[in-house]
Design a protein around this ligand. Structure first.
Ligand code: MF3
Ligand code: CO
Ligand code: CO
Length: 254
């Protein structure tokens, strides 16, 4: 396997898919409130993607995943399955959206705080977001995947958080998950060298407690073994001649 270099026409399609994924997160924001169920959030996103965007929610039936989005609350690290459970004040939740438009994927996630949350929870959410952007800032032709992982690891660990190792960022295009694996830890100068035209996600998962995880009996939901809080943020990024372009950037980030 090797890392594909996208041509101009593929890049244009990835820009569109990325923008649509970002717009789903913008659309859902006002619905993420105490009392709403994650099934309701799933239904709203599904209908928006299918009817408004005329796109496909990539998670639905992906390797047997039963819903259109992932909703990961509190100690859930990732791949939480929407259910009839209601959000409550103080919860932190990651919503992960992947859409397919014109055969190409856009993949992005963000954390939402439900009502006011405890300062230790807010700090985890903010540091995790910052670690994503420090990783992104490493991207330019000639840099390596190890540079990205190292930037994330250094910042996370200096803030006394642990980094989940079982899941990583990934190349993306016509396939949901392609080469390379983008680790959220590593050593500067190690790993694949980045080239213009590569497109991949970075999606660090940071825990307040230990890094270890387990998958629940549903076969999907990954939770922290020690039940400590976990947070994740994700963008899809293109390597450009000068550095990078975030394909899933939201208005609030511009
Ligand atoms: N969107 C996730 C990622 O960032 C993958 C979810 S797979 C699913 O790679 F099947 F759970 F949807
Ligand atoms: Co991803
Ligand atoms: Co994702």
């Amino acid at each position: 396997m090797s890392i594909s270099i996208k041509n101009q026409s593929e890049i244009n399609k990835m820009r569109i898919a990325g923008k649509l994924a970002a717009e789903v997160l913008e659309m859902i924001a006002p619905h993420v409130v105490p009392g709403v169920t994650t099934n309701e959030l799933d239904q709203i996103c599904h209908d928006y993607i299918v009817n408004q965007q005329q796109a496909i929610p990539a998670p639905l039936n992906y390797r047997g995943f039963p819903k259109s989005i992932c909703t990961s609350i509190n100690q859930t690290i990732c791949h939480g399955i929407p259910s009839d459970k209601k959000l409550k004040k103080g919860d932190i939740i990651n919503i992960d959206i992947t859409v397919i438009k014109d055969e190409y994927h856009g993949d992005t996630s963000k954390m939402f705080c439900v009502g006011p949350v405890a300062p230790f929870a807010k700090r985890l959410v903010d540091i995790t977001q910052k670690s994503l952007f420090l990783g992104i800032d490493q991207i330019r032709p000639g840099a390596t995947l190890g540079d990205i992982g190292h930037a994330i690891q250094k910042f996370a660990e200096s803030n006394r958080y642990s980094i989940v190792q079982e899941f990583c960022g990934h190349g993306i295009g016509k396939n949901f998950h392609e080469d390379p694996h983008v680790m959220h830890f590593g050593k500067p100068g190690e790993g694949e060298v980045l080239e213009e035209g590569m497109i991949f996600t970075i999606e660090p998962m940071l825990n307040i407690g230990k890094r270890h995880m387990k998958v629940l009996k549903d076969g999907w939901t990954a939770v922290t073994k020690d039940r400590s809080l976990s947070a994740q943020w994700e963008h899809t990024i293109l390597v450009t001649p000068e550095g990078y372009e975030i394909l899933t950037l939201r208005q609030e980030e511009k």
